[in-house]
Design a binder for this molecule. Structure first.
Ligand SMILES: Nc1nc2c(ncn2[C@@H]2O[C@H](COP(=O)(O)OP(=O)(O)OP(=O)(O)O)[C@@H](O)[C@H]2O)c(=O)[nH]1
Ligand SMILES: [Mg+2]
Length: 321
């Protein structure tokens, strides 16, 4: 399914809802009107969390920058990110801070981001920010994806590890970022184990520029072996990249450096996963929700699934939410 077909399928679902709403005169029934409104909102929102998780200083923020072709996410040599930071599509660069204890969201300039989301500006997230939500005009985000940068696991700053661990249930797909300095730590394996059921995981070994080809091969074999031991046939795919080289190559428009950074291979796989599977899962869930709402007052027996529903993930994904 390409993007146009996906948009058409969503449009078709919205049309079904609209016609049904007219048929049953939802305006006269507040509760029903709310149910329809809720479904319209979910169709429009289309949200999918792709989280970047790993030990501190692996290069999670750098990798997100590399994919998004930006240098807006702060990076640094010491444990840095201290707040869950989402990046979604917007035509202009904006940042909104959502606080845990306040109802009002606060817009800030993207240049001020380090004061709120880094260990130096906001140690252990003492400011109590729930999420920093950045909008960027990056094409890969256009389909309702939220790329989520997380504080590093395993540093002496335990608040940062806790922040990330408490976000794990929100993850729809995971990029585990490890690096060649000490590939695959215990807490990284634990994070994959925690989210593994039903969640697609990609493992990225970053900083390949630091090692020789032979060392690189050795480290990749080690990581693949460890993953096979823990996850057997369902072991995640492994990619080798240099986020640093990829950012430099993208900013300088240097195609051959970009190719040797390993990023194009990873990005191509990520994009095809996001397009193929995210859409199928999203549409299947939406179909089930619409169907169960309409079943209440329309004869629905014998209506087959639309051709674009994705049942491959088993019964869990059929349950209306
Ligand atoms: N050599 C090399 N260094 C890199 C690469 N990617 C990131 N780095 C460096 O690694 C350090 C950590 O990068 P970050 O992107 O801040 O790492 P992080 O995983 O987001 O760190 P936390 O937010 O603390 O968890 C920085 O000094 C980066 O410049 C890479 O591909 N190669
Ligand atoms: Mg970071």
């Amino acid at each position: 399914m390409d993007l146009r077909q996906y948009e058409q399928a969503k449009f078709a679902l919205a049309e079904i809802l609209r016609s049904a709403a007219t048929l049953v005169k939802v305006d006269h029934d507040g509760e029903l009107a709310d149910q329809f409104q809720n479904l319209f909102a979910r169709l429009a929102e289309d949200r999918f969390n792709l989280a970047f998780i790993g030990r501190f200083s692996r290069g999670k923020s750098s990798l997100m920058n590399a994919i998004l072709g930006t240098d807006r996410l702060p990076t640094g040599i010491v444990p840095l990110t201290s707040v869950i930071t989402t990046v979604s599509y917007g035509t202009n660069e904006t940042v909104i801070l959502r606080y845990r204890e306040r109802h009002l969201d606060i817009p800030i300039s993207i240049d001020d981001l380090p004061r709120y989301i880094t260990q130096e500006g906001n140690p252990g997230n003492a400011l109590g920010i729930a999420t920093a939500n950045i909008e960027l005009p990056a094409q890969i985000l256009r389909r309702g994806f939220y790329f989520v940068d997380t504080p590093g696991l395993g540093s002496t700053i335990t608040e940062n590890t806790q922040t990330t661990e408490s976000f794990l249930p929100e993850v729809d797909a995971l990029v585990l970022v490890t690096s060649y300095e000490s590939p695959l730590s215990e807490e990284e394996l634990r994070a994959v184990e925690t989210v593994a059921r039903g969640v697609q995981v990609f493992v990225v070994i970053n900083k390949q520029d630091l090692v020789s080809d032979a060392e690189r091969q050795q480290a990749e074999e080690f990581v693949r072996g460890q993953l096979r031991t823990h996850f057997g046939d369902t072991a995640p795919e492994v990619f080798s990249v240099s986020a640093r080289d990829a950012i430099a190559a993208k900013l300088a428009r240097d195609r051959s450096r970009l190719a040797s950074s390993g990023m194009p291979v990873f990005e191509a796989r990520l994009s095809s996963f996001l397009v193929d599977h995210k859409q199928g899962r999203f549409l299947t869930r939406m179909c089930d929700r619409v169907r169960s709402l309409l079943q209440g007052f329309l004869p629905m027996d014998g209506i087959p699934d639309p051709p674009w529903t994705d049942r491959r993930d088993g019964p869990d994904h059929r349950r209306p939410i």
